[in-house]
Design a protein around this ligand. Structure first.
Ligand SMILES: N[C@@H](CCC(=O)N[C@@H](CS)C(=O)NCC(=O)O)C(=O)O
Length: 216
């Protein structure tokens, strides 16, 4: 099996989701670091026309968009399966991954996590308290809905680990470090799920750089 090359910054929650899938499958990979300053450089546009991370090379095959990468990894190495078999669980997994991409990251993570953790640590900016306060209702809505969908199941899409857990855990890891996220998550089933995810070897092997863990 040829090595996967994962382009990006080790602090990125999307990049961590890709690493989690590779770790859970036991696949060889290396990170090719792209710093934040280079985020919009011409070099990165060669890799990703929309200037985002992560991007993955596997041999001569190149792929971007985290959902696509996760599904590629799972299709490539079927065991352990990271996608459920039942139509209902497939639907739930896909729905939760969509909630991340359409609501949780753009409305919540990209504001609260950026303002509290990423911006101050990597870019030296002061948190914009008004922007954070404006995002709190969205955070309540997103986390409340994810908590409802989780219910009393062990994993987000049912009884087994799936791509939905790998997509959401890195995002909620950061949110739980912020005072706003921690207050909303306190005592919820979602917080207990995050605790179980954080205990997995794949999560421990992919912790973000220390300065980002300590920032909020
Ligand atoms: N839809 C993309 C989103 C990836 C994304 O937004 N990554 C962030 C880092 S966590 C990024 O590239 N940010 C750079 C920017 O916003 O300019 C995916 O699923 O891969």
């Amino acid at each position: 099996m040829s090595e996967f090359v994962v382009y990006g910054h080790p602090g990125s929650p999307f990049l961590r989701s890709v690493r989690l899938a590779l770790e859970e499958k036991g696949l060889p990979y290396r990170i090719q670091r792209i710093g934040t300053g280079e985020g919009r450089s011409e070099a990165q546009r060669q890799l990703h026309p929309f200037g985002r991370i992560p991007v993955v090379d596997h041999g001569s095959y190149r792929l971007y968009e985290t959902q696509a990468i996760l599904r590629y990894i799972d299709a490539h190495v079927p065991e352990p399966a990271l996608q459920p078999a039942s139509p209902e669980a497939i639907g739930r997994m896909s729905q939760i991954m969509g909630i991340n991409d359409w609501y949780l990251f753009p409305q919540v993570g990209r504001i609260i996590v950026f303002q509290r953790i990423v911006g101050p640590t990597l870019l030296g900016i002061k948190p914009d308290e008004a922007a954070i306060a404006a995002a709190v209702p969205d955070a309540r809505r997103c986390l409340g809905e994810l908590n409802r969908l989780l219910g009393d199941q062990p994993f987000l899409a049912g009884d087994r680990l799936s791509l939905a857990d790998l997509m959401l855990a890195p995002q909620l890891y950061y949110l739980a470090l912020t005072p706003e996220g921690a207050a909303i998550l306190e005592g919820t089933a979602l917080m207990a799920w995050l605790g179980r995810m954080n205990a997995r070897a794949s999560m421990r092997a992919t912790e973000p750089p220390e300065e980002l863990r300590k920032a909020a």
